[in-house]
Design a protein around this ligand. Structure first.
Ligand code: ATP
Ligand code: MG
Length: 255
């Protein structure tokens, strides 16, 4: 079984610059370990549960061996934004005092573009489709691939839109087996190999204990009152055989 390690905690020391291409206005931030992180702010419009999705889907990806930059808990002092000329940034930083999500910054990474010569292997593409189908991630489309190419390798970022049903409250019994037709828009479907084979590789690696450990990494206040056990149950029920999301993804692939 895969192992899960606790997230490191860093303290932000300097707000460097906003990453304006991100809808949630993430910021490039320097921390007390001399690292540079892309900070996803708890006070952004998507709400703190988007950060919970980043941890759950991102750390699940890592546990399955998929390439995800390190994620850390980043402490933000509201004073950090005071020198920023943009009032929108000042407000965002002020509204995010305390624990936020830091993602290891990959300097010089380029956005993934289909057919640009850096396509993943059919197996890796299928594994990513499987992960996104399992976690109902709606944000891996051609318009918004949320994949970076860095040092010749594809990296997965931005899992904030996974588990999207959580925003109205997860109801595992009722929702876990619902269809997820959005998988047809996945940017890697055209280059993905068999999703059934990805399922055979990955599903045996996930059990309730692993899901509990991963959901346990999420700071409780990011769940905004939701019960962490519902996240575990929702994912566990999606994983019960036969897994409709695998068939759905295979159909979308045209297999
Ligand atoms: N770890 C990283 N290393 C380098 N660049 C990154 C990293 N994380 C994010 N970026 C850059 O910042 C952009 C915005 O990040 P991200 O997609 O996580 O934010 P978002 O606000 O959730 O975006 P979206 O508009 O997709 O909702 C990315 O498209 C990418 O260009
Ligand atoms: Mg994004």
């Amino acid at each position: 079984m895969p192992t899960v390690t606790a997230l490191r905690r860093v303290a932000a020391t300097r707000y460097v610059t906003p990453l304006r291409e991100g809808g949630s206005m993430p910021g490039l931030v320097e921390a007390d370990d001399d690292g540079l992180y892309v900070v996803k702010f708890r006070g952004a419009g998507q709400g703190p549960r988007a950060l919970a999705a980043e941890i759950v889907a991102g750390e699940l990806a890592r546990a399955l061996g998929l390439p995800v930059p390190e994620q850390v808990l980043a402490d933000i002092d509201p004073a950090l934004g005071r020198a920023e000329p943009d009032p929108e940034i000042q407000e965002l930083v002020a509204a995010s005092a305390g624990t936020n999500l830091g993602v290891d910054f990959l300097p010089g990474a380029l956005p993934y573009a289909p057919g640009a010569g850096c396509d993943p292997t059919p197996e890796l593409a299928a594994d990513v489709v499987w992960l996104d189908a399992f976690t109902t991630n709606v944000d891996r489309t051609a318009q918004n691939p949320n994949l970076l190419v860095w040092h010749g390798r594809m990296w997965l970022i931005d899992h904030g839109a996974a588990l999207y049903l959580q925003h109205a409250g997860l109801r595992p019994l009722e929702q876990a087996r619902r269809p997820f037709p959005q998988i047809a828009e996945h940017v890697l479907l055209p280059c993905a190999g068999s999703i059934a084979e990805a399922d055979a590789r990955l599903a045996p690696l996930v059990d309730v204990a692993l899901l509990e450990e991963i959901v346990g990494l999420v700071p409780v206040d990011w769940l905004a009152g939701a019960d962490p056990a519902d996240y575990v149950e929702y994912l566990a029920r999606r994983l019960d055989a036969p897994r409709g999301f695998v068939e759905e993804a295979e159909r979308a692939r045209g297999a």
